[in-house]
Design a protein around this ligand. Structure first.
Ligand code: ZN
Ligand code: ZN
Ligand code: ZN
Length: 475
């Protein structure tokens, strides 16, 4: 049995490794290079955080990595200096001395335990990879809610801790697309936090708003008050009332001296003079110049986007544990299937049709229990090939009127229309046998476990509800 040290001690082999309670903590000093490759050999990382710039670099490197051995590693800061949000959300604790490892140990152990629950697969797309990363990080830290932080360095003005770290400032708007996909896939729910206005040309959020001349778009202008003299009704810019000698205002029309504002005159508005083209105008145009690409946006044409607080759903947690392979968009590329949305709509029409006729239609679900294990053994290309192969084989065995969709990368739904339940059940069993054979031939050492179930389509319940009832045991 491994000797579990009950006191904090330095490793005999490596003086930058601290051992305590059976765990190893790797210390990165701020005089080190920016390489973090070695961290995979240790349970946790301690960054000596004297230099904020260095600390940020190291945190970005670790959390921006695509290997879970890196990005999920517990990270602690030693002698935390003035490190501000958003990086503070990417670390797991701060220490003022190494002795405090004892205090923080339970939370590090907890993270390491939760990481053991997770399955890592090679994702079908970059988007799916970032999603897998996000839900894995949230699951391992037991984070239910992710709140965006105002961030001057963010391309969209807000930083989502584990999401934004994957993108450069210029690409950061993609974070919003990923949140959209995660919401569509029901991995998260979102609630409104703020609105941002992004450049129509490059989607950056850093704008300079200026009042400009409606004729030549120059912001080089001077403004002055318009004066309305009540006794003679004269209206004109205040310069018409001024003289060279004193501060008195005299009406150019009736020559009277103006006395009290509100009594004999007022200032109903202002007038602007463009110093570039000489145009005199009352109403400005407002333009938003992008500080990234310099495009001068009309404010009406800025892209309004919503910044949301996101919460992980039960499905999101289950997908983190089982391994998240793909978005439904990736699966749309598999020939012979339709989108889940389309499937749901078609089922809705089928329910309506069954109300008019006394036909019999069925809904089948097939769920590969250990799909995470299967996918983790495949490269992305092989996954696509396998899925295509599988669907083509299934199609050969069912009537052409049947519709197939992926509920997730491990769950397939098939609507078998105009067939007696008995036949639908037999066909589904055939498909299970076929899938089992296909997987066993390709993965010699894998035990296949496919759950399946077939239910007649009811004309009493909505299609969506019937799908939910069928898949609920798997999510
Ligand atoms: Zn721009
Ligand atoms: Zn002008
Ligand atoms: Zn007058």
């Amino acid at each position: 049995m491994k000797n579990v040290n009950t006191e904090i001690s330095t490793s005999k082999e490596n003086d930058r490794v601290i051992e305590y309670a059976g765990l190893s903590f790797y210390i990165i000093y701020n005089t080190d290079s920016l390489k973090t490759d070695d961290i995979v050999f240790y349970d946790a990382v301690i960054i000596q955080a004297g230099d904020p710039e260095f600390t940020r670099h190291i945190i970005t490197r670790i959390r921006g990595h695509f290997n879970p051995e890196h990005y999920l590693k517990p990270v602690l800061l030693l002698n935390q200096s003035s490190l501000k949000d958003p990086y503070i959300n990417l670390i797991d604790g701060t220490l003022y001395s190494l002795e405090q490892i004892k205090l923080i140990l339970p939370s590090v152990q907890n993270i390491l335990l939760r990481i053991k629950d997770l399955t890592f697969t090679s994702s079908l797309s970059y988007e799916a990879l970032i999603i897998q990363k996000t839900i894995s990080f949230m699951y391992s830290r037991n984070i239910d809610k992710m709140k965006p932080n105002v961030d001057f360095n963010s391309g969209i003005g807000y930083n989502y801790p584990i999401l934004s770290v994957n993108f450069s400032r210029k690409e950061e708007h993609q974070v919003l697309n990923i949140i959209k996909t995660m919401t569509e896939e029901k991995l998260i729910t979102k609630e409104f936090h703020d609105s941002v206005y992004l450049c129509n040309n490059c989607t950056s959020g850093y704008m300079s708003y200026r009042e400009v001349c409606p004729k030549c778009n120059s912001s080089n202008a001077v403004s002055q008050d318009i004066v309305h003299h009540f006794p003679c009704s004269y209206v004109g810019p205040i310069e018409d009332f001024k003289n060279q000698i004193d501060d008195e205002l005299n009406c150019p029309k009736c020559n009277k001296t103006l006395r009290h504002i509100g009594v004999d005159y007022d200032k109903p508005s202002i007038v602007n003079d463009c110093l570039s083209c000489g145009h005199r105008y009352q109403d400005f145009n407002v333009k938003a110049k992008c500080m990234n690409c310099q495009f001068d946006n009309e404010v009406e044409e800025l892209k309004k986007s919503t910044i949301n607080v996101i919460s992980i759903t039960k499905k999101g947690q289950v997908m983190a544990v089982n391994g998240y392979v793909t978005t439904s968009r990736d699966l749309q590329e598999i020939k012979g299937t339709v989108k889940l949305d389309t499937f749901t709509t078609m089922l809705k029409y089928e329910v309506e049709r069954l109300k008019q006729t006394d036909g019999k239609s069925n809904l089948a679900v097939l769920h590969l229990k250990n799909s995470g294990e299967a996918y983790s053994k495949m490269t992305t290309d092989l996954q696509k090939t396998m899925l295509n192969f599988l669907i083509q084989d299934i199609r050969k065995n069912i009537p052409t009127s049947s519709i197939i969709t992926f509920y997730s990368s491990s769950t397939i739904l098939i609507s078998l229309n105009d067939l007696p339940l008995k036949i639908a059940k037999r066909l589904t069993q055939d498909i299970v046998d076929l899938m089992t054979a296909l997987i066993e031939t390709n993965f010699k050492d894998m035990v296949v476990s496919i759950d399946h179930s077939v239910k007649p389509v009811s004309n009493k319940l909505s299609g969506e509800l019937q799908i939910q009832q069928l898949v609920k045991d798997y999510f």
